[in-house]
Unconditional design. Structure first.
Length: 381
């Protein structure tokens, strides 16, 4: 089910059009959400979101299952109306504009292709609706197939005889046939196997670049988001907890939730001691050395995030700013790196070491691991 786009650009001479002259380079948001909230009875699936989506960007919304991603996308596509707040498209309020009156197209997780039709006819559907002549439709369909890297020979093939990856390409070509300004994707790759997924992630990114269109993509996989996106928004329980570049999300997570969502990390909860203002964590006997960001200057409790690649084996407490003693519990080969699990009291810490550095510890033996203050990220608990 794709949406037929219509021209939603403002009438000539309106201030919005003047302001957006030069379109993609203007930097004005193509879609703007202000205080957008969606209630299902008394449950808020989306909780007062403010977000500017920029013309031509690849924006990915990530979050665990049930965090409100699909609900947010359905509001952007016009399949749900917000309970509160406003959604504007190039300055026009579109809260209640139906899907077929928006210049957008939604690519689903479930493919929703016409099963009894050929690849060609699936792609041409939108063109036919618009009254394009058969020869012209065929030419355009073949052009779109080339764009999504489908072999020309597939044109007359029944869509049900295509592989999972090919069906996904047909769905993409069909979406592009509508020539929308904005494409929405709701976990389109989640059903595919790992290798195909990886290949299509890169192709989608290329396609975004080639087409110059705005992509809003939803996934529960941060790994996927990091590969493809210009910006990432992280959702939790209906709220947008951080929006930033992949680099910002990875290196400067806003809170513990984002840092843990980014991958396998060690997180210690540190408390400011009532007496001297020093920081302690249950895993450490000595006070912690922390690089506390300004915004947490008055905090009494913080989360200290140490990525496994920054936790290293040491011989004595003087070798790192902070040290923990524990027992080496297990080791795993990750190919070029080795990951170690270290039990410290009731916690398990992870350290990753390049294989080239050689074996530094023995399973079931006591070990000392440490990290420097500058290598840890201190965030809100
Ligand atoms: P996600 O896509 O992140 O997995 P959804 O947006 O599908 O999350 O759902 C967010 C929450 O809203 C879930 O708890 C879900 O059960 C609830 N929800 C979604 N749609 C409806 C609906 N039509 N009626 C009631 N609750 C809904
Ligand atoms: Mg969903």
């Amino acid at each position: 089910m794709n949406m037929v786009p219509v021209d939603m650009k403002p009438a000539a001479g309106t201030p919005a059009e003047t302001a957006e002259a030069g379109s993609g380079s203007s930097g004005l948001p193509v879609l703007q959400l202000v205080g957008v909230r969606k209630m299902f009875k008394d449950f808020a699936a989306v909780e007062r979101i403010d977000l500017d989506i920029r013309e031509g960007e690849f924006l990915t919304i990530v979050g665990p299952s049930g965090s409100g991603k699909t609900t947010l996308l359905r509001m952007l596509a016009g399949m749900e109306s917000p309970s509160e707040g406003n959604i504007t498209l190039r300055g026009h309020k579109i809260n209640d504009t139906p899907p077929n009156k928006r210049p957008t197209c939604l690519v689903f997780q479930s493919l929703a292709l016409f099963p009894h039709m050929t690849v060609g006819r699936n792609i041409e559907f939108a063109l036919k609706v618009r009254g394009m002549a058969p020869a012209e439709r065929r030419r355009r369909a073949l052009e779109l197939m080339k764009m999504v890297r489908l072999p020309e020979g597939h044109y007359g093939r029944n869509v049900m005889q295509c592989s999972g990856g090919e069906k996904q390409r047909v769905a993409l070509a069909r979406a592009f046939a509508y020539d929308p300004d904005i494409l929405f994707f709701d976990e389109p790759l989640s059903a595919l196997d790992y290798k195909l997924k990886k290949a299509l992630e890169k192709e989608l990114k290329d396609l975004h670049k080639e087409s110059g269109k705005t992509f809003v993509y939803i996934t529960h996989s941060l790994e996927e988001a990091l590969v493809m996106s210009d910006r990432i928004g992280v959702m939790r329980a209906g709220r947008l907890v951080q929006v930033g570049t992949p680099e910002e999300i990875y290196t400067r997570p806003a809170n513990r939730f984002v840092s843990e969502f980014v991958g396998e990390v060690n997180v210690l909860t540190a408390r400011r001691s009532a007496t001297g203002g020093g920081w302690t964590a249950p895993e450490c006997t000595a006070p912690l050395k922390l690089a506390l960001p300004e915004r947490l200057a008055d905090a009494t409790e913080v989360a200290v995030v140490v990525r496994p690649e920054f936790l290293r084996f040491v011989q004595g407490p003087g070798e790192a700013d902070n040290c923990l003693s524990g027992v080496l519990y297990n080791e795993y080969s990750l190919g070029s790196r080795v990951q170690y699990q270290i039990r410290v009291g009731s916690s398990v810490m992870l350290a990753e070491v390049s294989r080239g550095l050689g074996r530094t510890a023995v399973v079931d033996q006591p070990v000392l691991v440490g990290w420097d203050a500058r290598d840890a990220i201190v965030v809100e608990v």
